[in-house]
Design a protein around this ligand. Structure first.
Ligand SMILES: Cc1cc2nc3c(=O)[nH]c(=O)nc-3n(C[C@H](O)[C@H](O)[C@H](O)COP(=O)(O)OP(=O)(O)OC[C@H]3O[C@@H](n4cnc5c(N)ncnc54)[C@H](O)[C@@H]3O)c2cc1C
Length: 372
């Protein structure tokens, strides 16, 4: 049997990132990546439906160690949407309820300028820091002053859409900004397509499918040649791995998470969860770097086992891991570990706080228990 120091499960964005950090920080460690699919890339190779793309900018969605050099700062998904646009006369987005959608430039002119005057790595670093701070500013603004943020988004939509467009029906969500993700339309492509008559939005419920298209609950039929379903995302915690310690199976839904990286009373195991309000990679990077620091500490002291000691009574009441109201999050909450209101058992959606906690605070914080 081959013995390894570290086993990474999954060759998605987080697993590949973790391996890169390990390779540079712990070149002597033996590790392997296990991937259940035939290809790497995780989410980004699995989902190939038309319109699939990131709503993150590439300066923070890219890894900290590998500068993004592409011209577009909001990354493309597979280009099937282009195919559809060329092939179909009209695309209709049928949605059950509206989301916040805002236009952002697909190209980051500041980043492009920086690349012209600074060395590549430095330019990437500055652009990345700028995006982190701007994103955090707008997130905080939206949470503290939701009415102002909503007015800003609506004002921008009004300018781009036809004068008589029913913004309330299709763009006025029933929740506050960032209770669910705020969607981005690069260069306002969605608004331009609506204005040009190439696309439209219908906000209604599906009743069934007919030979002609989709029958809506209102009785109306939406004619369609091609129907693309992009609904019903089901999250699966840890890819469905059954977790046990010494042969005893654990119920992940009842375990508290330590710093959003390890699980209470579970030794030698860490996982990656990214941000819901910023690029996933920012937190995946911080998590991997924290584990590299932890491994350093263990090597220095000759420890082989580490786990956070959790007193479940003291950590009550449990708080959901992700404080999002999106259906796909709510549907799967019971599968995911819990957080507590008390540090270090909280998962903050804040890069600067995490930077401090994961990069600078001492590893031995009295909660992690080490043994040889
Ligand atoms: C539709 C969609 C849109 C998104 N948009 C954005 C966005 O715009 N910005 C953003 O920051 N994030 C976005 N995300 C979040 C996205 O999940 C992250 O960006 C990121 O790709 C997650 O990477 P990961 O490696 O952690 O997980 P995954 O990409 O899920 O990779 C996990 C890998 O592990 C493998 N695996 C699972 N279980 C096992 C097992 N038991 N054995 C072996 N291999 C296993 C899987 O096959 C997979 O390849 C989006 C997610 C979805 C689903």
């Amino acid at each position: 049997m081959e013995h390894l120091d570290i086993l990474i499960v999954g060759a998605g964005l987080s697993g590949i990132g973790a391996a890169c950090h390990l390779q540079t920080q712990h070149p002597g460690k033996r590790y392997a990546i296990l991937e259940s699919r035939r290809e790497t890339g995780g989410t980004w190779s699995l989902f190939q439906y038309p319109g699939m793309r990131s709503d993150s900018d590439m300066y923070t969605f890219g890894y900290s160690f590998r500068p993004w050099t592409g011209a577009k700062s909001i990354s493309d998904g597979p280009s099937i949407l282009t195919y559809l646009r060329e092939e179909a006369a009209h695309v209709t987005m049928l949605q059950r309820s509206p989301s916040y959608i805002t236009a952002l430039p697909a190209k980051d002119v500041v980043a492009e300028l920086l690349r012209k005057v600074l060395p590549l790595r430095l330019a990437y670093r500055v652009a990345r820091t700028k995006v982190i701070l701007v994103t955090m500013f707008f997130y905080e603004l939206s949470r503290r002053f939701p009415a102002l943020f909503t007015r800003l988004i609506r004002g921008a939509q009004k300018k781009r859409l036809p004068a008589d467009y029913d913004i309330d029906a299709h763009f006025k969500p029933h929740y506050k900004p960032w209770d669910q993700r705020v969607c981005v339309a690069p260069d306002g492509d969605l608004f331009d397509a609506i204005k040009a008559g190439r696309a439209s939005i219908v906000t209604e419920h599906i009743d069934g499918f007919t030979e002609q298209g989709i029958r809506l609950k209102s009785g109306r039929t939406l004619p369609a040649d091609i129907i693309v379903s992009a609904t019903g995302l089901k999250l699966k915690a840890l890819g469905g791995i059954r977790l046990g310690v010494d042969g005893v199976l654990l119920d992940m839904g009842k375990i508290f998470t330590y710093k959003g990286i390890m699980l209470g009373n579970v030794p030698n195991m860490a996982f990656c969860v990214g941000y819901t309000n910023a690029s996933w990679t920012l937190r995946a990077d911080l998590s991997s770097l924290f584990i590299c620091r932890l491994l350093n500490y263990m090597d220095q002291h000759g420890y082989r086992r580490v786990g956070p000691k959790a007193d479940d009574e003291a950590l009550q009441p449990p708080i959901p891991l992700l404080s999002f109201t999106s259906g796909y999050v709510l549907r799967s909450l019971d599968q995911f570990p819990k957080q507590s209101g008390k540090a270090p058992w909280r998962l903050r959606q804040n890069y600067l706080v995490d930077l401090l906690n994961l990069r600078l605070r001492p590893i031995d914080d009295g909660t992690l228990v080490f043994s040889a």
